[in-house]
Design a protein around this ligand. Structure first.
Ligand code: ATP
Length: 140
């Protein structure tokens, strides 16, 4: 089933999600405050918008609440990540995935209503460790 996604932040994480969703035939709007990043995704995403996502009026005018799933892929600017997640929640987005930079950030994102919080480096580390252990068991 086709869903429409909005990705805020086009670092390696947001960018990789965008490419994968597009390959899977989904509708993807991307937003970044960096013109360079937006230009890079202009011909990849369904729509690419250059804007500061911390501006609530911008989120409203893009009709953010009409997206099935919003991915807040801002990492380093923890304040921006928290504010954008909060605004998306208050504007009625049905499902929000947010990227956390550390454990404290993750706790705040969960508290303000992010439906899924991911911590890519930690999650990938766990996955690889589990894979190594299960591989060892199989090898044995
Ligand atoms: P990654 O680890 O995914 O590669 P990164 O380290 O390149 O990310 P981050 O600080 O996590 O960079 O930011 C990801 C993207 O989010 C950047 O392209 C940045 O321009 C964008 N971004 C940060 N704050 C905002 C904002 N308020 N509005 C829109 N885009 C933003």
């Amino acid at each position: 089933m086709k869903k429409n996604f909005a990705i805020i932040g086009l670092g390696r994480f947001g960018g990789s999600i965008c490419r994968t969703l597009i390959e899977a035939g989904q509708e993807v709007l991307v937003m970044d405050k960096s013109e360079e990043r937006v230009n890079e995704y202009m011909n990849i995403a369904t729509h690419a918008v250059m804007a500061n996502a911390q501006d609530e009026a911008t989120l409203k005018s893009l009709g953010i609440r009409n997206f099935d799933h919003v991915i807040v892929a801002i990492g380093e600017d923890i304040q921006a990540s928290i504010l954008v997640t909060l605004m998306a929640k208050e504007l009625g987005v049905p499902f929000i995935t947010a990227k956390a930079q550390n454990e404290y950030h993750a706790r705040v994102l969960e508290k303000i209503g992010a439906d899924k919080v991911v911590h890519p480096e930690r999650d990938m580390g766990k996955r690889i460790a589990h894979h190594l252990v299960s591989k060892n068991i199989l090898d044995y």
